[in-house]
Design a protein around this ligand. Structure first.
Ligand code: FAD
Length: 686
């Protein structure tokens, strides 16, 4: 029996955070269901594919990173195809489709995909399926899902057309002996949407691409999910009885949330530290703690800010619960008799004798991302059958990918979910059972008590959540958005303002270990890009004061690695840092700018072209490792936990490997040893 050879195509991806890669992997996996075979490669594996000779259709899936740059693993490919020496028919034989991922919240939307497409065309390649431009700003899935759906027919049509062309060719060849490379181009009558001036948000509606209405969203699904039977989690048993009672006096004191340890302190100053809209909005707030002797803090300490839920969101929830008229009633919570729930208790974060309004404003995180158990419970309170089904899907095993895509990844809030599912009317007891405690947000002190005994400063970026399926417009982070509204538009208050300054509730969170070395003669290294620089301003102010008090004492060297996007937009504390250098408090200040032009844009960022703090760290490998491994010095890392802290950690391992000439494992052990000795300290947040 002849061996069946499945038609083949190629999938190439360039991916920074793994999204493009997982889409490419999904395409390769699904190929089999369509009777096809896909060769999957990352664009940097150029020993595994050869576009110069490739005759099969090629599907590119590429993301864009930063301000329009290719992902690291596509950089070399982009550099290669950009070479001006390539002739206009270099890729004349190539048939391609391209899915570009980007985010309209950033400049140069889908720039990498557009660059690749432009060059492929300039080099003679032909498109066999319109390019999709997916926008993370509104939800990638709006374009990705219909694009993927339409891809398969296009690939199959293209392959069968190629096969029939080839048959014709072979017949002619047998007469004329024409080399394979001069096969005629396959002319496809598909419109590219790449060059039309259409908003990326509407691109999927273009001719030749399936309609957006076909797309799945938070509230609707596509086959196979919409047709499959579902495994849903079991229903969490209700365990609380909640009653509302008219009451004359109910507690509204926020202090009760922190067992009386929080203080209501005035904001004495608010300054915007960043400029322009291509960077995150960074604010510095100064609190006047003169009336609170118990708030003496040390460099490295942080403190909690208690923030309320947004009044409109609370109001919306009250309406949904049908309890608008009872918002000032006292909430009485008790355990259900005979509850089977193990360890059931009245949530300890809800004080007794509070009003319903207070409970929804200060006690429950109504912005929390609904867990699957919560979605499951909501099913029972939803009247519309389509909405009920969709909630079941989202909490089911089969709908796990949709849950991640539409709920978890975009951090959809409970309020947003309820807006999207209008027939869902949960009970108050269900919300109290399943919503977590509204947590205070910690911030690192960005000042020294020694220098500013009556003040406590902190700095933060206003968190922005882009619009997505289920969130028609973007919103700010809860605490940072609230603080922003509180001080805006009065940013940069006059020092001795007559007007009543807003007050906020805060409580100290002393740190045990994130402190400058107790022996001031020991050198230390600080790594704090962006708002991660905050505690180090405190460290350096403290050091400057100590030096003034004790000019004869021996002080160890200090290093600071700082990074931001642009020198003139978000170089936080620039003047203060430069003054620390002039006064000799800070011996080495290493700064890099991730979005500014580099000498050679084609080259990946590296120690030679530092873009991030770890690149500058590498440049100072010898001195840094000397401080850590030979001088008993300290290293502190503060800021973004997701990328920066991980990258710095990996770089430190590399540096130790090089310096001590040891293998990976040994270098990791050395670093772990520094951690144990509390000489490698982190203060990081997501
Ligand atoms: P929230 O409404 O709580 O939203 C933030 C959450 O959403 C985070 O979990 C984040 O992962 C996620 N998220 C953020 N953006 C998106 C997005 N676009 N899409 C989806 N999800 C997203 N912050 C500072 O700015 N300065 C400091 O000095 C500081 N010090 C800290 C010290 C400690 C010890 C800790 C633990 C944290 C610190 N933080 C600091 C972080 C700070 O506490 C808050 O988490 C941060 O300000 C966001 O609060 P928020 O309420 O505005 O955002």
């Amino acid at each position: 029996m002849p061996l069946e050879v499945k038609p083949r195509f190629v999938v190439l991806y360039g991916s920074q955070k793994g999204q493009a890669q997982s889409i490419a992997e999904g395409i390769a996996e699904e190929a089999e269901e369509h009777g096809l075979v896909a060769d999957l490669c990352c664009l940097n594996q150029n020993d595994k594919y050869n576009l110069e000779k490739e005759r099969a259709p090629v599907v590119f899936v590429v993301s864009t990173t930063g301000d329009g740059e290719p992902p690291d693993n596509a950089l070399q490919f982009v550099k290669r195809i950009k070479k001006r020496t390539l002739s206009p028919d270099h890729y004349k034989h190539l048939l391609y489709a391209l899915l570009a991922l980007g985010d309209t919240n950033y400049a140069n939307f889908c720039n990498c995909g557009k660059t690749i497409e432009r060059r492929l065309r300039e080099l003679g390649a032909k498109q066999f399926y319109p390019t999709g431009y997916a926008d993370d700003g509104v939800g990638l899935e709006l374009v990705i899902d219909p694009w993927l759906k339409g891809l398969w027919n296009s690939i199959k049509d293209t392959l069968s057309k190629m096969a029939s062309d080839r048959t014709v060719q072979l017949k002619e060849d047998s007469a004329k002996e024409i080399p394979e490379s001069s096969l005629p181009d396959v002319q496809l009558n598909l419109l590219s949407i790449a060059d039309k001036q259409i908003s990326p948000k509407t691109q999927a509606c273009s001719e030749g691409v399936p309609q957006v209405s076909l797309a799945a969203s938070l509230t609707s699904s596509l086959p196979p999910l919409s047709e499959s039977s579902l495994n849903v989690p079991s229903l969490p048993p209700p365990y609380l009885d909640v009653a509302l009672q008219e009451a004359d006096a109910v507690e509204q004191a926020v202090e009760r949330l922190s067992k009386e340890t929080c203080n209501e302190v005035p904001i004495s100053k608010a300054v915007q530290l960043s400029k322009g809209d291509s960077v995150k909005t960074a604010l510095l707030l100064e609190l006047d703690i003169s009336a609170f002797p118990s708030m003496t803090y040390h460099p490295g300490d942080s403190f909690d800010v208690f923030c309320p839920n947004v009044a409109e969101e609370v109001d919306h929830l009250l309406h949904r619960l049908g309890l608008q008229d009872q918002k000032n009633h006292r909430v009485q919570i008790s355990l259900k008799h005979n509850t089977k729930k193990r360890g059931a208790q009245v949530p300890p974060h809800i004080p007794e004798n509070v009003s319903l309004l207070f409970l929804l404003t200060w006690c429950l995180e109504i912005r929390s991302v609904p867990k699957k158990a919560f979605l499951r419970a909501l099913v029972e309170h939803t009247s519309d059958s389509a909405q009920k089904r969709r909630l079941q899907e989202l909490c089911s095993k089969q709908g796990a990918a949709d849950y991640n895509l539409y709920v978890r990844d975009p951090s959809l809030s409970v309020s947003e979910l309820l807006t999207a599912f209008p027939s869902c009317s949960p009970s108050l007891s269900l919300l109290i059972e399943l919503l977590p405690k509204l947590q205070p947000r910690p911030y690192s002190a960005a000042s020294s008590h020694l220098r500013h005994p009556e003040k406590l400063r902190f700095v933060f970026n206003v968190v922005e959540f882009p619009a997505c399926s289920g969130r028609p417009t973007g919103r700010r982070g809860l605490c940072t958005g609230w603080l922003f509204d509180l001080v805006n538009p009065g940013l940069v208050f006059p020092e001795k303002a007559e007007l009543a300054l807003p007050k906020i509730h805060v409580s100290l969170r002393p740190s045990c270990s994130f402190r400058p070395p107790s022996d001031p003669s020991l050198p230390f290294i600080m790594i704090g890009p962006g708002t991660g620089v905050a505690p180090f301003i405190g460290f350096l102010q403290q050091r400057e004061e100590e030096k003034k008090e004790n000019p004869e004492a021996k002080f160890g060297e200090t290093w600071l690695f700082f990074g931001c996007r642009y020198r003139n937009k978000d170089y936080l504390f620039r003047e203060e840092l430069e003054n620390f250098v002039s006064s000799g408090t800070l011996n080495h200040l290493k700064v890099c700018f991730s979005r500014e032009d580099r000498k050679d844009e084609e080259e990946p960022p590296s120690a030679a072209q530092p873009r991030y703090v770890q690149h500058n760290l590498l440049l100072c490998c010898r001195q840094v490792t000397d401080i850590l491994l030979r001088q008993d010095g300290y290293i502190y890392v503060c800021g973004d936990a997701k990328n920066m802290a991980k990258d710095v950690n990996e770089t430190l391992v590399e540096m130790i490997k090089t310096e001590l000439q040891v293998d990976q494992l040994e270098a990791m052990k050395t670093l772990a040893g520094l951690r144990e000795q509390k000489r490698y300290l982190q203060d990081i947040w997501a």
